[in-house]
Ligand binder design. Structure first.
Ligand code: F6P
Length: 337
């Protein structure tokens, strides 16, 4: 007979819509195999402080449609210290946990690898971040919802921008990657996308002049709004500073809007619920057959297992065809050639 396993789950780092769907799937799969499922609260802090409780299936009723995370999330600077890692491991040992599933992004997986170096239990990561910046999976849980939320918000901004023929700069999340900004920019027909794929901060001066010229030309030739979608952590000083520079140096009035944490909330779209559910079930099945040190992801619609250490290298780029289409066909500069 198979050993009755005790599997712990935690959610860590920036929450992402679909984390609850993944938790639900893990709890249901554990129930199916008669494993104990233990919830760890507030990310890795819950391991350090032994803030844990058994998760029964009743706890995951009616959560598939909810954003946020039932288990709460947190960033945990202590896990970057030897003492923090040891305290986390002490709890895993004391509670006789056989396997730990972490739903989070690159920081969360780095923490998981630190634990795995000194703990003999099995560790599995599930990609849960709106940023889509983990390697080895086409999409992360939460990305589809986040871009949809941003698109809906920007469509509303476009209405008011159109009413006033106004220039808007909208700054989007993504940390140090442009998956959100570039995809949303294309989907909202932004006149300019300033993202990691097509811009480096050293080009700021040239870009500013190009932007001013294009805005003048656009607004002179026709009544029109003009939308710039900007990735966060890219333009020196961010959207507000860009707006100030356009005003001060070129007398262009524009409204800056930092969309912010609205992109992290909300009910997950179908794609995130389904991805999270497949990966949650897959994680428990991987543990059942003794696997460890893996992230489960999805590539070309197939579940894949990727070495955890390979997922945090930040080599996944925005689809090249999309970048080329924007650059060569969709952008205003391409259209006016
Ligand atoms: O990683 C998710 C994310 O929302 C990033 O897009 C963003 O840069 C960061 O987290 C914001 O983190 P916090 O909520 O801790 O400010």
């Amino acid at each position: 007979m198979n050993k009755k396993l005790k599997i712990a789950i935690l959610t860590s780092g920036g929450d992402a819509p679909g984390m609850n769907a993944a938790i639900r799937a893990i709890v249901l799969a554990c129930n199916r195999y008669n494993y104990d499922c233990i919830g760890v609260y507030h990310g890795y802090n819950g391991l350090i402080n032994a803030d844990i409780a058994k998760l029964k299936i009743e706890a995951v009723n009616n959560i598939i449609q909810q954003g946020g995370t039932l288990l709460k999330s947190a960033r945990c600077p202590e896990l970057r210290t030897k003492t923090g890692v040891q305290q986390a491991i002490n709890t895993l040992i004391k509670e006789q946990i056989d396997a730990l599933i972490v739903i989070g992004g690159d920081g969360s997986f780095t923490g998981l690898l630190a634990i795995a170096e000194q703990w003999r239990g099995q560790v599995i990561g599930l990609p849960g971040t709106i940023d889509n910046d983990l390697d080895g999976t086409d999409y992360t849980i939460g990305f589809a919802t986040a871009i949809n939320t941003a698109i809906e918000a920007i469509d509303k901004i476009r209405d008011t921008a159109n009413a006033f023929d106004r220039v808007f700069i909208v700054e989007l999340m993504g940390r140090n990657s442009g998956h959100i900004a570039f995809n949303v920019g294309v989907a909202c027909a932004a006149e300019q996308i300033i993202s990691f794929e097509n811009f480096h901060p050293s080009q700021a001066e040239d870009k500013l002049a190009e932007l001013a010229e294009e805005i003048y030309a656009e607004q002179k030739s026709k009544d029109n709004s003009y939308l710039v979608v900007l990735a966060e952590n890219l333009w020196p000083g961010g959207a507000m500073h860009l707006a100030e520079q356009l005003k001060e140096q070129f007398n262009i009035d524009c409204a800056a809007c930092v969309l912010g944490h609205i992109q992290r909330g909300g009910s997950p779209v179908a794609k995130d619920r389904i991805l999270a559910t497949k990966l949650g079930v897959g994680a428990v099945q991987a543990i059942k057959v003794g696997k460890s040190l893996l992230m489960l992801g999805e590539r070309d619609n197939e579940i894949v297992e990727v070495a955890l250490s390979e997922t945090i290298k930040h080599s996944k780029t925005v689809n090249e065809n999309l970048v080329a289409a924007q650059q060569n066909i969709l952008a205003l500069t391409a259209r006016s050639n």
